[in-house]
Each structure stands twice: as structure tokens, then as C-alpha cells.
Design a protein around this ligand. Structure first.
Ligand code: S3P
Length: 442
């Protein structure tokens, strides 16, 4: 996707971030609205779609597979092809930086009678795909991958799929969603069992589009069963604000001295809100206001005021509900009083970059002491601002870039990143929004 040159940026000490803001639409729901709109018959209207590069990669792939996707004012309108109706793409599908696009679309392709080539940027081409190709082969698809089950790859889907029962060895909503998307075009029941619950947007949205999805507790965990070959009906989607983007503002509001922020319309799906619980455990002055239901999801306004945070234990069980938020949580831990210990971090190694190493490098560059193992991290909080003065190489990882820029706001000498363009994947308005609140990101 982004072939822009590197854009260095620096974030200087800030104070008194105040205001009422909104963050862009949720990335997970945005991807799924385009995919399910493509697999539905009729016109799906999506409001509040995130227009970051990751979601635009999904939109472009859906067009190449036969959907029409048009912008209509602030909305996006999808005319789908129906389950079983995907067209073979004549060109390779470029997934840019987006693991979610890749893994979910591989599920769609696996049970259609077509061959497609999929590739990504330097970050995505390093990420493991076996986690989805292993279950998708069971449906009858075949894959030819680069060494280490990595992109670029070619998939030959089957028009004659077998339904699958799969117990996921990973706590991964991407794996769950890939299997359920493949199951859409297999006859009979496809069942995915997850030992640890993960974000349930696929299940909720599939039901909204008319599929039958049931759940049952089993000795292996939660079994999610989809009845195959439903006729999906086009359905309007209202995308709520992304809690993963709101997390950057919530942490900044909690740690930049003198700050008071109200972040409106933030999704509160229980599988996504671990970061707010972790901030509360650190003693943040954070509360939810105006909690309400919007289009099948709970949303609320998050009010946060700066205060002194305290280090704490952030337990492994919470990891799936804040899996993308560890870089920004580590910024909160860096200024807290005392040590924060985070456990259950193994999946951070295979995100847009090795995020556990990325956090350590960022904090070291800011003068903060850490200790770590394969899947845990301890951060010795400074009890106030960090020295700063370092530069971070973002390695095409948007969340490392944004976390470093927030860290700069609570540093004595500022923090620099080699590239802010990677932020365009998920939160294109990040820099302008923070600067409007009083930050100094240059
Ligand atoms: C996502 C699931 C998570 C998350 C990613 C989005 C999704 O990945 O890290 O940013 O939309 O399903 P895993 O399911 O692999 O943990």
C-alpha cells in the first residue's frame, strides 16, 4: 500500500491536553463490514467506516473479487456478490500492512473455486500464515507459500468444500474469523472452538447479516457453530469508535500533566476493553459516561483526567482483550510509580513487528529500565516524566509509532520516530487530533 517516503517526526513535552474528541471507526468492524457486504446480496450501507490504509486494502480486494464499493457522502455503499459468488481476481491482491485483511480474506478464498495470489508490505510478508492455512486446508483449499508459511502466497480455493471442526490452538480472532468465513461456503456445520475468548465481531455481524451462529460451552472451550451456505442479507452497519485508537488518547489524558479529555462514542465490547481496566488498575482517573447501545454494540464516552499512576500486575488472561494496546500501556507504565509486570505476551512477537522487542527498544531509547522474558515484561516506572531524547525505528508498525509520540509528550527531551506514515494504516488523523488538543508533534 503505502509507498510514501519515510516521514520522521518528533513529539515534545506537552501539558494540559484538554477537549472533547472522537476517534475514527473501529478497524475490526470496518474490515468485516466490507467483507460481509461483499458476501451479501443487495446494498449494504456502512457509516463511520475507518478510511485508514488497512481497511482500504480490504475494500480494494473486495472490488477485485467482484463487489462494487462506492463512497456516498460520508457513507460507503457495497453491492455484494453473495456467498459463493466471488470472482477470480485477475491481478495479485495487495494487502499492504494488514494481517486482518489477509487472514480473513484467505478464509473467503479457501471455499471459492478460484486461484488468487496474495502479497503484502515488508512487515506483512514476514508474518506467519500457517495459523490460517492449516485449518483452511481441511476445507479442501491448497496453498503455495514462501518459506515459513509467509506471503506472498497462492491459494487455490475449492468449490466443493467440506465443513470443518477445528479447535484453535491460539487465542486469535483472526484464526476464528478465517475458519468461519470459509465455513460460509461449505455445506453443513462448521465449528470453531476457542479455549480463550477473543473479539466476537465476526459472530455478531454474521448474525446481523442473517447467518445462523450458535455457541456452546465444551470441555475444549467455547464452540462456535455456523450453518453453512446461508443467504446473507445486505444490512446497514454503523461503525463505532475504535477502542484501540481511543487507547492512545486515554493514556495521554491519564499521564500528560493537567489533561482532561472526553473521548466520545468508544466501543465497549467486553473483548476489546482490557486497556481501560488496566488503566483503572493503575489508578487512572477514568470513567465511562452515557453508556448506550448502537447497532448491536455498546458504546460509551470515556472521560479521563491526569493523575499519578501506580505500577501493577497486568494478568495474562487479559491479553486477548487488549492485544493491540501493550505498546501504549507500556507508556503508561513508564511514567507510573513502581514496577508494572505484563504477562501472556507471546502473540506480541508476531504482530506488525516483534512488539515486545519494540516496546523494550522504545523504553530503552527513552531512558526507562525494563526486564523481559519470552512472554513477559517488567517496566520500572519513573514516577513522572521519562528522560527521552531517543529515536525509535518503527519497522512499519503504526502502534509503535503512535506510542512513541505519546511517550514524547511525557519526556524531558522529546522522542523521535523515523516514520509517521505507518500511522496512516489505522489512525490517519492521529497527529492533527493530538496537536489540536495541545500536543507538540512536529
Ligand atoms: C483482529 C484480531 C487481533 C488484532 C488485530 C485485529 C481482528 O489479531 O491484533 O489487530 O480484527 O480480528 P489476532 O486475532 O491474531 O490476535
Amino acid at each position: 500500500m503505502s509507498s510514501l517516503p519515510l516521514a520522521p517526526a518528533k513529539s515534545l513535552t506537552a501539558q494540559n491536553l484538554t477537549g472533547t474528541i472522537r476517534v475514527p471507526g473501529d478497524k475490526s468492524i470496518s474490515h468485516r463490514s466490507l467483507m460481509f457486504g461483499t458476501l451479501a446480496l443487495g446494498e449494504t450501507r456502512v457509516s463511520g467506516l475507518l478510511t485508514g490504509e488497512d481497511v482500504m486494502a480490504t475494500a480494494e480486494a473486495m472490488r477485485r473479487l467482484g463487489a462494487s464499493i462506492e463512497k456516498d457522502g460520508e457513507d460507503f455503499v457495497i453491492n455484494g456478490v453473495g456467498v459463493g459468488g466471488l470472482r477470480e481476481p485477475s491481478l495479485p491482491l495487495d494487502m499492504g500492512n494488514s494481517g486482518t485483511s489477509t487472514r480473513l480474506i484467505l478464509g473467503m478464498l479457501a471455499t471459492h473455486d478460484l486461484t488468487a495470489v496474495v502479497f503484502g508490505d515488508a512487515s506483512l510478508n514476514k508474518r506467519p500464515m500457517a495459523r490460517v492455512t492449516v485449518p483452511l486446508i481441511q476445507f479442501g483449499a491448497t496453498f503455495m507459500t514462501r518459506s515459513g508459511d509467509r506471503l506472498p502466497l497462492a491459494v487455490k480455493g475449492t468449490g466443493n468444500a467440506m465443513p470443518v471442526e477445528y479447535v484453535s490452538p491460539l487465542a486469535s480472532a483472526q484464526v476464528k474469523s478465517a475458519v468461519l468465513l470459509a465455513g460460509l461456503n461449505a455445506p453443513g456445520n462448521t465449528t470453531l472452538t476457542e479455549r480463550t475468548p477473543t473479539r466476537d465481531h465476526t459472530e455478531r455481524m454474521l448474525r446481523g447479516f442473517g447467518a445462523e451462529v450458535t455457541t456452546a460451552e465444551t470441555s475444549d472451550g467455547l464452540a462456535i457453530t455456523l450453518s453453512g451456505q446461508p443467504e446473507l442479507r445486505a444490512t446497514p452497519v454503523v461503525v463505532p469508535g475504535d477502542p484501540s485508537s481511543a487507547a492512545f488518547l486515554a493514556v495521554a489524558g491519564a499521564i500528560v500533566p493537567g489533561s482532561a479529555l472526553l473521548i466520545e462514542n468508544v466501543m465497549q465490547n467486553e473483548h476489546r476493553t482490557g486497556v481501560f481496566q488496566s488503566l483503572l488498575d493503575m489508578g487512572a482517573d477514568l470513567s465511562l459516561q452515557n453508556t448506550r447501545e448502537v447497532a448491536g454494540e455498546t458504546v460509551a464516552d470515556v472521560a479521563v483526567t491526569a493523575s499519578t499512576l501506580k505500577g501493577c500486575l497486568i494478568p495474562a488472561e487479559r491479553a486477548p482483550s487488549q492485544i493491540d494496546e501493550y505498546p501504549i500501556l507500556s507508556v503508561a507504565a513508564a511514567v507510573a510509580e513502581g514496577t508494572t509486570r505484563m504477562e501472556g505476551l507471546e502473540e506480541l512477537r508476531v504482530k506488525e513487528s516483534d512488539r515486545l522487542q519494540g516496546i523494550i527498544d522504545m523504553l530503552t531509547a527513552a531512558g526507562v529500565t525494563t526486564r523481559s522474558g519470552d512472554d513477559w515484561l517488567e517496566i520500572d516506572g519513573m514516577g513522572g516524566s521519562v528522560p527521552g531524547g531517543g529515536e525509535v525505528f518503527t519497522e512499519l508498525d503504526h502502534r509503535r509509532a503512535m506510542s512513541t509520540l505519546v511517550l514524547g509528550m511525557v519526556s524531558d527531551k522529546g522522542m523521535a520516530v523515523d516514520d509517521k506514515n505507518c500511522i496512516l494504516t489505522s489512525f490517519p488523523t492521529f497527529v492533527s487530533l493530538f496537536n489540536d488538543l495541545g500536543a507538540r508533534v512536529e
